[in-house]
Design a protein around this ligand. Structure first.
Ligand code: DAH
Length: 343
């Protein structure tokens, strides 16, 4: 082949390649072009094989030309690569673009849990009656949870408590009553405390949860009587549920109070006419209470002749369920915002 032919072949090769580069849409297509034209077994190498058939003085000319073609194509490929990358970024930016004028999706506001609301309300309510806040540990010892509250080891009422025991003999408190003992160890009467907190029992159904909350009240002084207890409770239910619901005290038994009573409130659902919640009685039990038993006073070094008073204890979940008409105790622990946000 003559020099002119070879040069013409190079021109064709170049325009073929430029055409393909121009049409490439993706970077891998450009790599194909590079291989096909400039690679070791590519078309340029093939054309250059013709070099052998040329006269010595013609060779530099062909060399120059082929270098120029090679450079031109390399440049064209690199430029196109750049352009493709730029276009890719551009499309991505377009698709990921933020429209700052769109309305925001809103940040839902948190809400206090109904148990906290009720607990705070009760603390406030009793604070207005002069009660201060007291607390004790969740992990208790047998003495504070049972013994000092006049519940000895073989006492049948221990069965009612379904206690979780720890391996070291301690336990998860089954009620907030041990806070009475802790408070009396720290402070001599006159004393008026309210003690809300978590309590634990192996019990689990629609109205029982293994962890629940109670609030304990204790008032000790001279000459405090059952009438003071009843007046206090009447004030509490009138404030918390409304003054229209009647209250009644039924004789009952608790080892740490004597006499003891259970307190019923006129059913908040049917207002006394009888419904499934109050089992057609018109009354709902809301708490346990009584005059602090002399044995309890003795356990903390006090004597019934100098000190008298009352105690009461109630379930916070129960108060919230009655107050808001909540049918299932489990709703308190699921933290569904649709539930929590209603209060
Ligand atoms: N501790 C009792 C319970 O968990 C409730 C209770 C009843 C507390 C009578 C009291 C009380 O302070 O006087 O079932």
């Amino acid at each position: 082949m003559s020099l002119e032919h070879i040069i013409a072949a190079l021109e064709t090769l170049q325009s073929d390649a430029l055409d393909k580069i121009g049409r490439a849409q993706q970077s891998h297509q450009l790599e194909d072009v590079r291989l096909q034209f400039l690679g070791k077994k590519g078309r340029l190498t093939e054309v250059l094989r013709q070099l052998a058939g040329l006269a010595a003085e013609e060779r530099p000319q062909l060399g120059q030309k082929s270098n120029a073609v090679k450079e031109r194509l390399t440049q064209a490929i690199d430029q196109k690569l750049q352009a493709l990358k730029f276009a890719e970024v551009e499309t991505r930016m377009q698709s990921e673009r933020l429209d700052a004028s769109l309305p925001g999706s809103g940040f839902p506001r948190g809400h206090r849990h109904p148990l906290h609301l009720v607990m705070d309300e009760l603390i406030d309510l009793f604070a207005r009656l002069g009660y201060s806040l007291a607390s004790g540990p969740d992990v208790e010892d047998d003495w504070h949870n049972f013994e000092a509250l006049n519940i000895p080891a073989d006492h049948p009422s221990r069965d009612m408590h379904d206690t979780f025991y720890l391996e070291d003999g301690r336990l998860l408190r089954t009620h907030t009553s041990p806070v009475q003992i802790r408070a009396l160890k720290k402070q001599k009467p006159p004393i008026r405390i309210i003690a809300p907190g978590r309590v634990y029992r192996c019990d689990n159904d629609a109205s029982h949860s293994p962890i629940f909350h109670q609030i304990e009240g204790l008032a000790l002084d001279h000459n405090i009587s059952m009438a003071d207890l009843k007046g206090t409770l009447k004030h509490f239910t009138a404030e918390f549920f409304g003054p229209e619901f009647p209250l009644r005290m039924r004789p009952s038994f608790f080892p740490f109070t004597e006499p003891s009573a259970e307190v019923d409130l006129g059913c908040v659902f049917c207002r006394g006419s009888g419904c499934s919640v109050c089992k057609r009685t018109g009354w709902i039990e809301i708490l346990g209470c009584g005059m602090v038993d002399p044995a309890v006073l003795e356990a903390v070094g006090l004597h019934w002749e100098e000190t008298q008073g009352f105690a009461f204890g109630m379930g916070i979940e129960r108060m919230a369920m009655l107050r808001y008409g909540i049918p299932d105790i489990k709703l308190f622990y699921e933290n569904d915002r649709r539930f929590v946000g209603q209060f």
